[in-house]
Design a protein around this ligand. Structure first.
Ligand code: UD1
Ligand code: UDP
Length: 374
């Protein structure tokens, strides 16, 4: 029997988290797949840090990251590299996850090279190509090309149906982030933290391109003032290496005794950091999905989200990068235990931890029960 050649493409930190369980599942699935891992390395250090957690070694590394790279730089390098790879390797299926520029350019390379493209985490939409920028554009392009849409929720699958995508190509699998989270928490114990033992802390991330400049500064100034008002509450912020974030973070938040600025954490450290936090303050996509699984409220530093399920469930509250909304939500969550418990105790809408297994079944030709219309 000929083995189906599947290449799993990964560019950035969140893609590594969400594609890793698919790679592990494809490798142990009974039908023999010939699985290749290609990293574009749109991220370098943060990607290597994540792959190490899952013990995954790339077969091909395009090594494209440059300091302070532009969207055009990343698009051109990935398109060129993927185009050559597809022409030379002729994979049966190319898999990529999410909405980064790696994913968009990979899907375009598949389109030009007539390669079948499978989109993991398909169908997320805000309806506005400028928010988040450029991710909404990226995932729409990927959706246009996909032969397999692996939607994480019924809502995201319905978005695709409304856009006129072929219903025979839309599957509801759950989100592979839940698989990754369970894999890691099931195998690890909490590593040491920089926060004093027993002290309460808020865990923060902030890196979205559309709030660079004024938005980032407003968030950091608000956090600085909150930290000054609450000397017993720590803020732990593993800072993204992007200079657009690093520079204002050090300038505005550096030197405060209860604000801990660290480098990016690996997934083991970050999940345990989330688990121990009082609440999360974040503009990350993945964090909005992980928090409900960990029963942690998230104040989302965005005005819109493509992940409405967490907001509807009540775990996530949109506060945008706006001082008044952030301050008011933080103060209420510190003072109002009932509100806190309500946000913390909602069920997780993103799946049961078997999304990767379903994706493997579908790729083997046995997954029709996961079709949206099944
Ligand atoms: C990218 C994705 C975004 C995703 C985020 C996850 C795009 C357009 N953006 O944004 O959707 O949410 O990753 O974190 O695809 N850098 C390093 N080392 C690293 C990673 C980044 O030094 O390991 C620095 C480099 O200077 C790099 C810059 O960060 O040029 C920006 O990286 P880039 O991938 O272009 O954008 P992100 O903001 O990370
Ligand atoms: N994450 C991590 N270390 C960190 C910050 C985030 O491991 O210091 C994980 C987080 O748990 C989630 C993913 O990285 O799974 C989210 O990545 P990011 O916020 O960079 O991207 P997004 O999800 O916004 O695209």
């Amino acid at each position: 029997m000929t083995r189906k050649k599947i290449v799993c493409v990964i560019g950035t930190r969140p893609e590594a988290v969400k594609v890793a369980p698919v790679i592990l599942e494809l490798r142990r699935y009974p039908e023999p797949f010939d699985v290749h891992v290609l990293v574009t390395a749109q991220h370098r250090q943060m990607l290597d840090q994540m792959l190490a957690v899952f013990g995954i070694q790339p077969d091909t590394d395009l090594d494209i990251m440059r300091p302070n790279q532009t969207l055009r730089d990343v698009t051109c390098r990935v398109l060129h590299g993927m185009d050559e790879y597809i022409a030379a390797q002729k994979p049966d299926v190319v898999l990529a996850q999410g909405d980064t520029t790696t994913v968009m350019a990979t899907s375009v390379a598949c389109f030009y090279g007539h390669a079948a493209f499978g989109h993991i985490e398909a169908g997320l939409r805000t309806g506005d190509c400028w928010a988040p920028y450029p991710e909404e554009f990226n995932r729409r392009v990927a959706g246009l090309v996909a032969k397999y849409h692996f939607a994480p929720t019924r809502g995201s699958a319905m978005n695709l149906l409304r856009e006129g995508m072929n219903p025979d190509a839309i599957y509801v699998t759950g989100n592979t982030v839940v698989d990754a989270l369970r894999y890691v928490l099931g195998r690890t114990t909490p590593p040491p933290k920089p926060v004093p033992a027993g002290a309460p802390y808020i865990l923060m991330t902030c890196h979205r391109r559309e709030i660079f400049g004024h938005g980032v500064r407003e968030v950091f100034q608000t956090v600085r003032d909150f930290a000054a008002r609450h000397p017993d509450m720590f803020i732990w912020y593993p800072v993204h290496p992007n200079p657009n974030v690093q520079v204002p973070a050090r300038e505005i938040l550096g030197g405060m005794s209860n604000v801990l600025l660290t480098g990016p954490l690996d997934y083991v450290e970050f999940l345990h950091a989330m688990n121990g936090a009082y609440l999360l303050l974040s503009d990350s996509g993945g964090v909005q999905e992980e928090a409900p699984a960990l029963k942690k409220p998230v104040l989302v530093l965005r005005d819109v989200t493509e992940r409405p399920e967490g907001v509807e469930a009540g775990t996530c509250l949109l506060v945008g990068p706006h001082r008044e909304r952030i301050e008011s939500a933080l103060e209420r969550l510190l003072a109002d235990r009932t509100l806190y418990e309500r946000m913390a105790s909602t069920p997780n809408p993103y799946g049961d931890g078997n999304a990767s297994r379903r994706i493997a079944e579908i790729l083997s030709g046995n997954g029709s029960e996961w079709l949206l219309r099944a």
